[in-house]
Write a protein that binds this ligand. Structure first.
Ligand SMILES: Cc1ncc(C[n+]2csc(CCOP(=O)(O)OP(=O)(O)O)c2C)c(N)n1
Length: 660
C-alpha cells in the first residue's frame, strides 16, 4: 500500500490499522480517520489492545477515529471469533471499550449502501457534536465515541458456489475464490457471469471510460482520498524547532572520573523540544518515562489522561487531558500511534526497556519495509525518522535479573535495509545528546539509540563528543599508549568497545594492562555508530577497508567488548582483513539478579577476563604473563565471592575511575 496514494498503512501484517488511525488523529483537530478493521485482524494482539486509544483522544485538540469493524465472518480458513458471538456480546464488548456501536447488517447491496451512508452520516454528526461541545465549553471530557459494526457476507456479490462448495458468505471466498482459468472452462464461465453481474455496460461507455454521472461523483483536489496531504505526511511536516543540544552538556574535565545518569540529561533536551513544539511533537513510552529517567519532560507536558482522576493523582501522577506524553502499557499501541503520527507529518520519540522492545520487532520490520519502498516513490515526501531509545539495558538489571536481559533488538534491526536503519550506542551523556540531536533532525530512518539509564562514567567533553559521534568511531587517545611520539607506532593490541558498560570494562582492563605491562602498546577504540563496522559497500555509514585497517591494523589482535550478543559484531565485520583476529565479548544469555561486575564476569565482558583475552592473544605475553593471568583469575574468584556474600560489588569496583 506504500505505492498507493492516500495510504499511510500497509496492512500486509495485520494488527496495526487502529493504532495507525489514532496516531494520525492526534493533534489533527479537523480530521476524522475512518478505519476499517477486519474481524480476523481484530483477533491480533496489537489490534485488540488498540481499542483503548479512544481514552487518549482529547476532543478539543485532537481529531477523531471512526472504527468500522467489518464482521464478514471469516478469515483465510476459519470463522472469526467476533462474528460467532451474540449481537449482545458484541455490543457489550464495544460499549465496554467506551464506544457507541452502530450496527449495519445485511446482504442486499442496495439497502446496505443506504444503511451504511446513513450510519456514517450519523457517526460524523455524533463526532462533530462531541467536538463542538468540548470546544465551546473548553472542557475536555472523555465521551463515548461512535463506531460501526458492519456485518456483511465475505466474498459479497462473488460466486455463490464453486465446484459444489459454498463460496459467498464462507471462508472459501478468501483472496482467490476459484483458479485454473486456462484449464477449466466451467470456472471461466463462472468468472464471466460474475463479472457481468456488475453490469459494466451501464458503468462505462463504448471507449471503456466511466460514464459522466459517475465521474462527477468523487470529490476533487485535496478532497480526493489519494491526494489527501495528511496521508503523504512529509507534505505537511514542519521541521522540529530544536534547542541547541550543546547547552545541555555535562562538564567533563578529566575523562572517566565523574558519573551521570545518561538518559536523565536527554530528558532535559526532550523537555525543551516539547516546549518549542507544542503541536507536532510527542513522547511515547509504555509506562516507563520516569523509570527511564526522562521525567523532565513532564515539566513541559504531562501524560495525556482522559480517564477518571483520583485526588492522589495530584501527588506525582503527572496526568492531564492536555498532556503530550503518551503512556500505555502496550508497546504495540505506542509504536502504532507513533508510526501514524510520523506518517501524517509529525515528530516523536519512543523509549522502551531493552528486553521488551522485542514486542515490536515485527512492527519495526514493517515500518522499515515501508520506508525502504518509499525511497523509490518520488511523490512521497520525506517523513520524520522514527527515533527509538532502548534503555534499562541488559548490563544493569540489578533488581530484575534474567527476564530483563535481552540486547537482541539490534540483531533484528541489522537485518533490515541499510538505507533506512541507523544504530547508535553513545557511551556517555554528551555523546547521547549529540546523537539524539542528529536523529531528531533526520528523515526517513529508524534510529535506534542504545543508552542505559543508571549512573555511568563520563568520558568526553561536548566538543570531543561531537567529533567522536560525527566520525561514529574513533581512537580515544587519552586511553591509548601506542603513540609514543616521533615515529609512527603499531599497537600490540586493540581494545575496542561499543556501549556504555562494555566501554567502562574495556577501559578498566586497559588500565590494568598499562599498569602490569607498561611497555605493551594498547590502542583504545570506541564505536558509537555500529554500522561503521560494516563494509562501505554494504552500508552508507560503513568504513572503507583502508580506514578500518588504519584503525584496527590489518593483523593485530582486537579484543572487542560489545553491548549486545557477540555474534552481531562477527556478522558486521566478517569481511574485514583477518577477521578471525577479532575476539568479541558480549552478552551470552547468562544472567540472574547479579551485581554489575558479577554479570559482566558471567558473560566475560569484565576487565579481568579482557586482560586474560589480551594475554592469550598477544604473542609476546602468553606464558610470559602467566603471573598476571593467575592474578586475574584470582580477582575473578574474589569478586564473585564478595558479590555473592554482600549482594554488591567491592567499593573499589563501584568507585572505579580512569586512573591516567
Ligand atoms: C499478523 C498476520 N497474521 C496472519 C496473516 C495472514 N492473513 C492474511 S489475511 C488473513 C485473514 C484476515 O481476515 P480478516 O481480517 O477478517 O479480513 P477479510 O479477508 O475477511 O476481509 C490472514 C490470517 C497476516 N496477513 N498478518
Amino acid at each position: 500500500m506504500k505505492e498507493t496514494p492516500g495510504s499511510i498503512h500497509e496492512g500486509g501484517e495485520l494488527g496495526y490499522s487502529l493504532s495507525h488511525a489514532y496516531g494520525a488523529a492526534y493533534d489533527n483537530p479537523d480530521l476524522i480517520v475512518a478505519c476499517v478493521i477486519g474481524d480476523g485482524e481484530a483477533e491480533t494482539g496489537p489490534l485488540a489492545t488498540a481499542w483503548h486509544s479512544n481514552k487518549f483522544i482529547n476532543p478539543i485538540t485532537d481529531g477523531a477515529v471512526l472504527p468500522i469493524l467489518h464482521l464478514n465472518g471469516y478469515k483465510i480458513a476459519n470463522p472469526t471469533i467476533l462474528s460467532r458471538i451474540s449481537h449482545e456480546e458484541i455490543e457489550d464488548l464495544f460499549k465496554g471499550y467506551g464506544y457507541t456501536p452502530y450496527f449495519v447488517e445485511g446482504s442486499d447491496p442496495d439497502s446496505m449502501h443506504q444503511a451504511m451512508a446513513a450510519t456514517v452520516e450519523q457517526c460524523v454528526e455524533d463526532i462533530r457534536n462531541i467536538q463542538q461541545e468540548a470546544r465551546s465549553s473548553g472542557t475536555a471530557k472523555r465521551p463515548r465515541w461512535p463506531m460501526i459494526v458492519l456485518r456483511s457476507p465475505k466474498g459479497w456479490t462473488g460466486p455463490q458456489e464453486v465446484d459444489g462448495h459454498k463460496v459467498e458468505g464462507f471462508w472459501r471466498s478468501h483472496q482467490v475464490p476459484m483458479g485454473g482459468m486456462h484449464q477449466n472452462p466451467e470456472h471461466l464461465q463462472l468468472l464471466e457471469e460474475w463479472m457481468r453481474s456488475y453490469e459494466p455496460e451501464k458503468l462505462f461507455d463504448a471507449n471503456g471510460s466511466l460514464i459522466p454521472e459517475l465521474k462527477e461523483l468523487p470529490p476533487t483536489g485535496e478532497r480526493r482520498m489519494s491526494a489527501n496531504p495528511i496521508a503523504n505526511g512529509g507534505l505537511v511536516r514542519k521541521a522540529l524547532i530544536m534547542p541547541n543540544f550543546r547547552d545541555y552538556a555535562v562538564k567533563v574535565d578529566k575523562p572517566g572520573t565523574t558519573e551521570e545518569e545518561n538518559t536523565k540529561h536527554l530528558g532535559y533536551l526532550l523537555r525543551d523540544i516539547m516546549l518549542k513544539n507544542t503541536q507536532n511533537f510527542r513522547v511515547f513510552c509504555p509506562d516507563e518515562t520516569s523509570s527511564n529517567r526522562l521525567q523532565a519532560v513532564y515539566e513541559a507536558s504531562k501524560k495525556v489522561w482522559m480517564g477518571e482522576y483520583f485526588p492522589e493523582d495530584e501527588d506525582g501522577g503527572e496526568l492531564a487531558p492536555t498532556g503530550r506524553v503518551m503512556e500505555m502499557l502496550s508497546e504495540h499501541t505506542l509504536e502504532g500511534w507513533l508510526e501514524g503520527y510520523l506518517l501524517s507529518g509529525r515528530h516523536g520519540f519512543f523509549s522502551s526497556y531493552e528486553a521488551f522492545v522485542h514486542v515490536i520487532d515485527s512492527m519495526f520490520n514493517q515500518h522499515a519495509k515501508w520506508l525502504r519502498t518509499c525511497k523509490e516513490l518520488s511523490w512521497r515526501a520525506p517523513i520524520s525518522s522514527l527515533n527509538l531509545l532502548i534503555t534499562s539495558t541488559v548490563w544493569r538489571q540489578d533488581h530484575n535479573g534474567f527476564s530483563h536481559q535481552d540486547p537482541g533488538f539490534i540483531d533484528v534491526a541489522t537485518n533490515k535495509s541499510p538505507e533506512v536503519v541507523r544504530i547508535y550506542l553513545p557511551p556517555d551523556v554528551n555523546c547521547l545528546l549529540s546523537v539524539a540531536d542528529h536523529c531528531l533532525r533526520s528523515q526517513n530512518y529508524i534510529n535506534v539509540i542504545v543508552s542505559d539509564k543508571q549512573k555511568h562514567l563520563q568520558y568526553l567533553s561536548m566538543e570531543e563528543a561531537i567529533k567522536h559521534c560525527s566520525k561514529g568511531i574513533g581512537i580515544w587517545e587519552w586511553a591509548s599508549n601506542d603513540d609514543c611520539g616521533v615515529e609512527a607506532d603499531e599497537p600490540d593490541v586493540i581494545m575496542a568497545a561499543c556501549g556504555d558498560v562494555p566501554t567502562m570494562e574495556s577501559l578498566a582492563a586497559t588500565a590494568i594492562l598499562r599498569e602490569e605491562f607498561p611497555k605493551l602498546k594498547v590502542r583504545f577504540i570506541n564505536v558509537v555508530d555500529l554500522y561503521k563496522l560494516m563494509p562501505e559497500s554494504e552500508h552508507p555509514h560503513g568504513l572503507s577497508d583502508t580506514d578500518f585497517d588504519t584503525l584496527f591494523t590489518p593483523d593485530k589482535p582486537v579484543i572487542f567488548n560489545f553491548h549486545g550478543y557477540p555474534w552481531l559484531i562477527h556478522k558486521l565485520t566478517y569481511r574485514r582483513t583477518n577477521q578471525h583476529r577479532i575476539r568479541v565479548r558480549g552478552y551470552k544469555e547468562i544472567g540472574n539478579i547479579n551485581t554489575p561486575l558479577e554479570l559482566a564476569i558471567e558473560n566475560q565482558i569484565d576487565r579481568f577476563n579482557l586482560v586474560i583475552d589480551v594475554i592469550d592473544r598477544v604473542p609476546k605475553l602468553r606464558s610470559a604473563a602467566a603471573y598476571v593471568k593467575e592474578r586475574m583469575k584470582n580477582a575473578i574468584i574474589e569478586h564473585q565471592n564478595y558479590a555473592f556474600e554482600h549482594g554488591m560489588d567491592k567499593p573499589e569496583i563501584i568507585n572505579w575511575k580512569w586512573p591516567y
